[in-house]
Each structure stands twice: as C-alpha cells, then as structure tokens.
Design a protein around this ligand. Sequence first.
Ligand SMILES: [Zn+2]
Ligand SMILES: [Zn+2]
Length: 341
Amino acid sequence: MKALVKTAVGPGNMEIRQVPEPKVGFRDVMIKVEGAGICGSDVLIWQDRMPLYVPPLILGHNVSGVVTEVGSEVRGLPLGTRVIIDLNVGACGRCPACRSKREYLCLSRTIIGFTIDGGMAEYMSVPQPWVVPIPDNVDMYHAAAVDVCNAIHTVVDRSPIGYGTSTVILGPGFQGLTILQVAKLLGASPIVMVGRERHKERLALAKELGADYAVASDLEDLPKLVSELTGGQGVESVIETTGVEAGLGQAVEIVKKGGCITLLGSLPTGTSLDMHKVVYDEISLLGVRGYNRENIEFFLSAMKSGKIDVSSFVGTFPLENWQEAFEARVNRKVIQPVLVP
Ligand SMILES: [Zn+2]
Ligand SMILES: [Zn+2]
C-alpha cells in the first residue's frame, strides 16, 4: 500500500513509499483510511523541529476511515462502520493517569504517528479499544480533524472557562479557532481573538465564528482593549496557542490577578517569562498534552449537532500531493488540510 513515510531524522526526509499492509491481530481492526488531517506537529516532524518521533514512521494521528476487517475477538464493529481513531493507543486503563481521565499521560501509551505508524496511508490496523464509531451525518473529512479534541480538552478540562468568563485566545490558527468555538459553546464572554496583521483573514473568520473582538496585536493596543473590557482587571482566562515566547509574555501582561494561562502552543525548552509576576499575582499556568475519550465524545456530539463546524477549515488533497498540502498549512492557505489516500 501507499504511505507517507518520514524515512530518517532530519529536515525533509519524507516520501510516499510502497509498504506492506499492516497485520490484523485478533483484537485489531483494519481501517481503510478516508481522511488524514495534517497537524502542526506533523509539520514540525517534516521540518525536524519536534524531537518526539521515531523514524522510519508513517505520519498521521488525525484519522477517519471505514472498518474493512476485524480480528477474531473483536465484537460490535460491523464491516463498513465509519470510525475515527483515538491516538492514545496502548493506555493501560489502570494507572493513576488513566483513572483520572488523563490517559494521554499514561506511561504505556504509544502515540500514533509519532512512536508507532499513523494513518497517512491506505490502511491502518488499530486495537479495537481505540477505534471510535462516528455519527452517520458527520462528514468523513471533517471527522478527520480529530485534533479539535485538543481544543475541547483545553477549554473544558484545563481552563476556568464557563458562562461569562472573559477570555483571550492568542493565535487564530486551527487550534485557536476551534478553541473559540468551544469557548463560545460554554458561554465565555467577552472572547477576544488575537493574531497579527498577516492573519487578517483569519481574524475576520474569528469574528464570523463568534469572537466579540478580533485584534491584530501589531496594529492595535491589546492591553488597552483588555483593560477597557475588564474595568482594568485583566482577563480571567488566556489561552496561548502560538508556541512563541512573545505570546506567553503577552499572556502574562493581560491576565488578571488570580487568573489562568492555558498553554497549548508547543513552546520550546528555555522559554522564559516574568515569573515574579506569576508568583505575586497568583497566576495559574496549565499545560495541555492531549485529549481523553470524553473529549472525543464531546467532539462527535458537537459535530453531529453542528455546534462545532470545521467546514471552513478543511481542504482535501490526494495523498500523493502531500507536499502541497503541508505547504498549504505552513503558508496559511488551508487551516486544516486533509490527505485522502
Ligand atoms: Zn495533532
Ligand atoms: Zn495508564
């Protein structure tokens, strides 16, 4: 079968290869891949700016597809079932992390598309517990945006956001725009989306998706706006998705005393910030590493009811045109490119 393989450590080193079809063990499910979404971390693997991966490796952790074969012990997944994959494959279900619904921190968890082969291929074999059926009315290419679950986890489990919570989202990328939709669902208000002048189309999209304000921070005075909106207090919740030190600095500047900064952006080692302010203003810093099964349930029910809508994010590319798709993500032409094998 065809697969997109990172062949070795280093920048580039990625190509379509003919590889053997995966084996189906007695507890496994064979999936014919319909869509494989490209994540920012896939781009980092392509560029060799993410140390976690183990080549040779088939990329892809955002996968939708159809069940074409099951092992002898698999029950309740008829052939033809439309599914997505929970990337926490191998989580033990018994350790403290798993029992506290943080299976993404389980020591026995592998990571699809990082440490074991992912879904940018024609077929993929996955143990049944991590194969999740999807509702009939959810589009397969939209379902391949499984990383929306990161946004759900960020807002629901790792932020104080609820009804009426003042919220600033830094970075109008895929994560920021999906976080916006989830924060809106939970009643956050006001919501300020922050980008740069070069993001003006995405800032306009943020307004369409329900942001109360969409600000280019290199043109407009964000701290002043936040101060006006909050009576000089600062915002209760800042979500940092940019992964750059300047974004974190901005977060510390605009969060209120006792407020919370949630970190989803992939900040590099050595990133520094004003820790004095963090200590004396009692600012909470919460990292985000992944998502859990409940977040997937939330994703599917919100997609089914149209409360989360990724149709303006998704653009499809044939698997062979992977380079064009990766470049489209880097150049901000397509928010969520999906490869179609
Ligand atoms: Zn991802
Ligand atoms: Zn565990």
